[in-house]
Write a protein that binds this ligand. Structure first.
Ligand SMILES: [Mg+2]
Length: 202
């Protein structure tokens, strides 16, 4: 039997509705009036605060456990079950390692039996800000696991993946992932129904 091609899947804003919770938490906690369109992964910029304050807020947000209650994206569960028939599904996230336990629990609760723990990878990109841990880029992880595809909402990860020969699916049509044009090996899929369509003839 030949091995199934590997699809690497991001968590935040691909599987989990993260920006919605981030914005709601920020507005409640720090009196901002953000909408999902204001979201950007550079939180200091979104909050218009310095790095030290951004890190303090980040820790508060991360420790608040709101991540445990993230809502899964529409149709992601049924789509994953279908894709799992023909592909090996793996998670590649840049969430902090301190969030590992909660992330594993959320994934198992949202998609029971779809991802075993050894198929959930933490790149540790943001951890390097404060430690000397072995931080890898997502592309390092993609190479290590032999991924053929990446599904991610961040343009930079899609660009890096495509440069490494991985077919990239840019997820969603978000304020933070607009581009005037995309290289031919990066395909935007607005939702999970579009992803199923993309993989239909693969
Ligand atoms: Mg993401």
């Amino acid at each position: 039997m030949t091995a199934k091609p590997v699809i690497a899947i991001d968590v935040d804003d691909v599987l989990a509705q993260h920006a919605e919770s981030f914005v709601e938490y920020s507005n409640q906690k720090w009196g901002t009036s953000l909408t999902v369109d204001d979201y950007d992964e550079h939180w200091a910029k979104v909050w218009q605060v310095d790095i030290a304050e951004a890190l303090r807020r980040r820790d508060e947000f991360v420790n608040s456990k709101v991540h445990d209650n993230f809502i899964a994206h529409t149709d992601s569960d049924t789509a994953l079950k279908l894709l799992a028939e023909s592909f090996e599904l793996r998670i590649v996230t840049s969430r902090l390692l301190s969030m590992k336990e909660g992330t594993l629990e959320w994934i198992e609760q949202a998609y029971p039996g779809v991802f075993s723990e050894d198929r959930i990878h933490f790149a540790g990109i943001w951890d390097k800000l404060e430690s000397h841990s072995h931080a890898m880029t997502k592309t390092d992880v993609l190479k290590q696991i032999g991924a053929s595809y990446l599904i991610d909402d961040q343009l930079k990860h899609c660009y890096a993946a495509s440069e490494a020969g991985v077919q990239a699916i840019l997820f969603g049509d978000y304020g933070w992932n607009q581009a005037s044009s995309l290289p031919k090996d990066i395909t935007r899929c607005r939702d999970w129904a579009a992803i199923l369509e993309y993989f239909h003839d693969k």
